[in-house]
Structures are given as structure tokens and as C-alpha cells.
Design a protein around this ligand. Structure first.
Ligand SMILES: [Zn+2]
Ligand SMILES: [Zn+2]
Length: 389
């Protein structure tokens, strides 16, 4: 019921929340797009992903205030103020309304309009050639689920952008943090070392948080919402339960208060994470580059949405290999099989095997390295497991 081959027009109207507007204006977009020089087209698309990446949880406002500080504009507070709750709020959250309004307006505009452009670029413009670019080419989210992910994503964006505005306002008013601005302040060795430290901290913590939210009790209560989308799109990235979204955001900003970190290191890594968050949910057969040996291809997280309790990592697939939760060819994974290790193919019923083989068939071989599915089961493989199909 969730999968539909064709987008539906309801009563002749396009649903604006389900990015149908980008379908409505597709001809105009096509015309405008033809004016963009072809050597520039990839840059425009990459820039669009990048922009959505910095807007997804309002990060752009923090980047803005740190850049301002780096350039020498400070409004640090006199340290002589007597401490009281009222003083604290008045001092550190002065001017919050401006941060709040700007954070929301810019984040929403980028999320909806640049996100809408990306939706048009792949899902509208190239819809009839899905087998060339889509990881699950025969399956699309229904308009109802597209609407659901944008509404949920918008609500989560409201909370995350508000938290980012609070953080930006606090830091801008001279609030305590361990962020620094002079590159050599803690020595060049620490400047270089902090890159892997922050990257690994963020990625390993999100692996465990993600895995924790896949425990039956937390999954059913919170994370299942994000797994409504078996064919994720770029809009699925922030379509998660608000409680989970805030929990993740607050955990990720810990380095800003725990150890000296240059603001550029922190936010460039944050941008990298969100950039890949979009790529990994896009449903498009993106591959990682040679200079990212740690980075899985987009199908890795797409598989997580298709098979649920497996492949919990984001930017370093090694965590799954280390902890035995990396998808294996001879295991079957469904929403009912928890804990990340699936079920041996020898143990599944004929119906379970049939459903699993159907799922495997819907994966595009072009999304794998060498254009061949690593998980395809031949008759010979099945005989090995004493299974027939
Ligand atoms: Zn998940
Ligand atoms: Zn996801």
C-alpha cells in the first residue's frame, strides 16, 4: 500500500506539503535548468545539498555567529555581573527573538525550497528513468508518506532550529564554551588531532544512540516513526521523533563545552555529517569517493530503511563490522527481527524467504560497486542452505 509507481493528483490539486509544487512547475524548472551551463550543473546540485545540510537543524546560525567572532566582532560580557537566574537569562539570551526568527525563517526557506528543487531534480525530472539512478527503482513513497515526512521534518526542524538559536544567542553573548578561534591557541598538534577526535566522537556516539533506539521498547515508542519510510528521500533525514531529534542534537554539541575545539573543525564536520545524511537518505545510488575510505555508499543506509534492524552506522561503516551488525548475505532482516544480526536463512520459513527474495530483487545492482548486487542469492546459494525457491 505504501509503494506507488505513479504520483497521484488528488482532485486535480497538488499537495503543497508533499513537494507536489515542484511537479506543478516542472516545465518551468526544465526551461530554467536548460539555461544553466552544463559544466555548472553538478556544482548547483552539490551546493543545494550543502545548503539543505546547513539548514536541517539550524546549524547555519551558529556558523554565522562564530564567523562573526572569528572576524573580530565580539560582545563579550563583563565578568563582574552577580549571578542570578534572571541575570543569566537577561545577559546570555539578550536579543534571542532576532536569533529565533532568523534561524526559523532561513532554515524553513532552504528546507522547503532548496529541498523542493532537489526533489524536482531527481524525483520529477528523472522519474521515468528510475532504473538508472534509484536504489529501489520500482518503489516510491506514496504522496501520503511524502506529506508525512515533510510535516514531521518541519516540526523537528522547528525544535532543532530553536535549540540552535538558543545556542547561537548564548555563545554570541559571551556564554561559556570551550570553542576557540585562534588556530594555534592549543598547538598545531591538537589542531590536527581534533579533526579525527570530533569526527569519531560524533559518529561512534550516533552509532550507539541509533542502535539504542532500535531496542524493541525505544523503537516502538520513538524510532519507528523514522522507519515509516522504506524508500527514504532527502526529506526523511530529519523526519524523526522530536524527542529523539533533541536527544541527538544535544549529544552532538557536547564537544563545544567539553574540550577545546576550533569552531571551524566542529562545524565543518557537522556540515559533512548533514551533507551525507541527505545523500544517504536520498534513495539515489550515490557512491563515496576514493578519499573517503571510511564512508559507505548511499545503499548502506537505504538498506537500513529497507531491512530495519541492521547497518546502524552513518559515516563510518566499520562500527557495524566491529559490532557484528553489518548486513550479511546469508541472513534475513525484517522489522520484527531485532538486535541487528537478523535470522539465518536456514531458519526462515518459506514465506519469509519469499518476501526476503522479493526485497532483494528490488535493489538496483547499479547501487553496488561493480554494478552487481552483493546480496543476490542464486539457486546454487539457496541449495547450499537447503532452500529452494
Ligand atoms: Zn534506524
Ligand atoms: Zn534513516
Amino acid at each position: 500500500m505504501e509503494d506507488e509507481a505513479e504520483p497521484k493528483k488528488e482532485n486535480g490539486l497538488y499537495d503543497p506539503m508533499a513537494v507536489r509544487w515542484s511537479e506543478k512547475y516542472s516545465d518551468t524548472f526544465n526551461k530554467l535548468w536548460s539555461y544553466v551551463p552544463s559544466s555548472f550543473k553538478n556544482v548547483v546540485v552539490t551546493l543545494a545539498v550543502f545548503l539543505v545540510g546547513i539548514s536541517l537543524n539550524g546549524n547555519w546560525i551558529n556558523i554565522f555567529i562564530h564567523l562573526r567572532k572569528q572576524l573580530g566582532y565580539t560582545n563579550d560580557i563583563k565578568s563582574s555581573i552577580t549571578f542570578s537566574f534572571d541575570n543569566f537569562i537577561y545577559t546570555y539570551f539578550k536579543g534571542f527573538t532576532v536569533f529565533f526568527v532568523f534561524s526559523l525563517i532561513v532554515s524553513y526557506c532552504i528546507y522547503l525550497f532548496v529541498g523542493g528543487f532537489l526533489h524536482w531534480y531527481y524525483y520529477v525530472r528523472q522519474r521515468d528513468k528510475a532504473e538508472e539512478w534509484k536504489i529501489q527503482p520500482t518503489k516510491f513513497l506514496s504522496p501520503e508518506l511524502e506529506r508525512h515526512e515533510i510535516l514531521l521534518g518541519s516540526f523537528t526542524l522547528f525544535l532543532n532550529a530553536t535549540t540552535s538559536a538558543l545556542l547561537a544567542c548564548y555563545i554570541s553573548n559571551g556564554g561559556y564554551s570551550t570553542v576557540y578561534y585562534n588556530f594555534s591557541e592549543y598547538g598545531w598538534l591538537w589542531y590536527i588531532l581534533q579533526w579525527p577526535v570530533v569526527f569519531i566522537y560524533m559518529d561512534y556516539v550516533t552509532y550507539w544512540l541509533h542502535r539504542m533506539y532500535h531496542l524493541p521498547c525505544l523503537y516502538k515508542r520513538f524510532h519507528k516513526l523514522h522507519h515509516k519510510y522504506k524508500q527514504p528521500t532527502a526529506f526523511s533525514v530529519t523526519a524523526i521523533h522530536p524527542f529523539e531529534a533533541l536527544h541527538i542534537q544535544l549529544t552532538l554539541v557536547v564537544p563545544l563545552f567539553a574540550f577545546p575545539v576550533h569552531w571551524m573543525t566542529f562545524y565543518l564536520i557537522a556540515i559533512y555529517n548533514y551533507y551525507h545524511g541527505i545523500i544517504d537518505h536520498s534513495g539515489i545510488n550515490f557512491k563515496s569517493y576514493w578519499w573517503q575510505p571510511w564512508q559507505p555508499d548511499a545503499i548502506f543506509h537505504d538498506n537500513h530503511h529497507q531491512y530495519f534492524h541492521v547497518n546502524f552506522s552513518f559515516n563510518i561503516e566499520y562500527w557495524d563490522k566491529l559490532h557484528g551488525t553489518y548486513r550479511k548475505k546469508d541472513r534475513v532482516y525484517t522489522e520484527e527481527i531485532f538486535y541487528g544480526t537478523g535470522k539465518s536463512i536456514k531458519e526462515v520459513s518459506a514465506e519469509e524467504l519469499k518476501a526476503d527474495l522479493e526485497e532483494r530483487k528490488s535493489e538496483n545492482p547499479l547501487a553496488f560497486r561493480g554494478d552487481k548486487s552483493y546480496y543476490e542469492l542464486s539457486e546454487k546459494d539457496l541449495n547450499k542452505f537447503n532452500k529452494q525457491f
